[in-house]
Design a protein around this ligand. Structure first.
Ligand SMILES: [Mg+2]
Length: 422
């Protein structure tokens, strides 16, 4: 890990007890599940590497704790949420807009009327009150953080792992997957990086059980990037594949130059060649590049995905879509994205979310997605999966004995949230 996690001295208790009744008993009272408080904090996940567009030295993440009046096995149910790496902490939007709307909503409005359990789908609508269409960006991240925490709380309150709770709520596939394909996303640009250190890094991922890996491109010259690609391909065993990621850096001529050069290799995919909203450039590339294209991690709403499907010329039978549920309003929005895509000939198996953490893994299993990104050893402790579930032959099994997201099964993350919110 590049930076040991230090908790920032910036914890906001949003409600000071103003959500729900202030006279809660130790045990759950009869009536709907209630949110009793929401705490908001920031933590750094800075690293000393860069991709083609940003360096991660000042990257932060929001972490929230949604406290409820439900008690299970003597412990009050608390749902935790955080955002994927790559987008900064969202304290302002959370504390000034999104969470006050939850605070001001009657408890009865926020629950499933049949079960009395919190309903994150309804909560999303409440959080979006008085928000105009468009302009998703950071607002989608803030709502996604709360969505994660609410789903964690709901799953814990009902004694189910998150993937089961999501499956039961949305019913998109017959049954959730028991394991999910993951690939090791690394190969960043380090100030002192060499081809040797890149190869050592890739070897370490193979040793961890990954089969497929990804490295960055676009942060160096084409010649240098091709050297990196060939250096990695030379050490990959048969059957292991390499993807490359330009992080939206290129204009169309540069993207085409890279596409021409990359066509010489049997790559897993060519990711985010151009700006994520430049659909026409994607359409031109899709005509020219015979291999798989991947994009979508910087689309944050159904309408943006609909536009991509309409205008970007991507090929439903081969290309990959990487929208990140935790950055884009959460599970319900993601389910709507899948509905939009399926109506246009895509299958959920062609979706593989950015993010590399427990929540997106659960969504992938629950919704029948093709896989999930993973960042071995970086973005810890938010990145990665349950400690006791190693990567085996490029797949990770879902922990079926941990209610909720599974934070309690990831010691470093569990320790962090306990220190943040004690
Ligand atoms: Mg990417």
């Amino acid at each position: 890990m590049d930076n040991p996690v230090e908790v920032l001295d910036k914890i906001v208790t949003l409600t000071n007890g103003r959500i729900g009744p202030s006279h809660l008993a130790d045990e759950q009272e009869k009536g709907p599940m209630r949110i009793t408080d929401v705490k908001v904090a920031e933590a750094p996940i800075g690293s000393r590497f860069s991709n083609a567009v940003i360096d991660f030295s000042r990257m932060t993440v929001s972490v929230i704790a949604v406290e409820t009046d439900v008690v299970v096995a003597g412990e009050r149910v608390v749902g935790y949420g955080f955002n994927s790496n790559g987008r900064y902490a969202q304290t302002g939007i959370l504390t000034e807009r999104v969470l006050p709307r939850l605070r001001d909503a009657a408890s009865e409005v926020l629950v499933d009327p049949e079960t009395g359990i919190l309903d994150p789908v309804t909560a999303r609508a409440v959080m979006m009150t008085n928000e105009k269409p468009g302009g998703h960006g950071d607002r989608a991240v803030a709502v996604g953080i709360v969505d994660m925490a609410l789903w964690d709380a709901v799953a814990k309150a009902t004694g189910r792992p998150l993937y089961q709770a999501l499956h039961d709520r949305f019913n998109l596939v017959d049954k959730p997957a028991e394991s999910v394909w993951v690939y090791a996303a690394g190969g960043y640009y380090y100030p002192d990086g060499t081809l040797g250190s890149l190869r050592d890094e890739i070897r370490s991922y193979l040793d961890l059980g990954y089969r497929d890996v990804k490295i960055k491109i676009g942060g160096a010259s084409l010649a240098s990037d091709l050297e990196r690609i060939e250096g990695v391909l030379a050490i990959l065993p048969d059957g292991c594949r390499l993807a490359v990621d330009a992080n939206g850096r290129f204009d169309l001529p540069t993207a085409l130059s890279y596409a021409s050069a990359l066509s010489a290799y049997d790559l897993l995919w060519y990711e985010e060649p151009c700006d994520p909203l430049d659909y026409l450039s994607h359409a031109v590339l899709a005509e020219e590049y015979p291999g798989r294209l991947a994009t979508g991690e910087n689309l944050f709403a159904v309408q943006e995905v609909r536009n991509l499907a309409r205008h970007a010329g991507l090929r439903p039978h081969q290309d990959i879509l990487q929208m990140d549920p935790s950055l884009s309003y959460g599970a319900a929005e993601y389910a709507e994205m899948l509905g939009c895509l399926c109506a246009r000939g895509w299958q959920a198996a062609r979706c593989c979310p950015h993010g590399g953490h427990l929540y997106n893994l659960a969504v992938a299993a629950a919704f029948g997605l093709g896989g999930c990104e993973s960042y071995p050893r970086v973005f810890e402790p938010f990145g990665g999966f349950v400690d006791e579930q190693p990567i085996e032959d490029g797949r990770v099994r879902l922990a079926n004995d941990l209610p909720g997201i599974g934070i309690e099964g990831k010691a470093a993350l569990h320790d962090l949230v306990r220190r943040l919110f004690r």
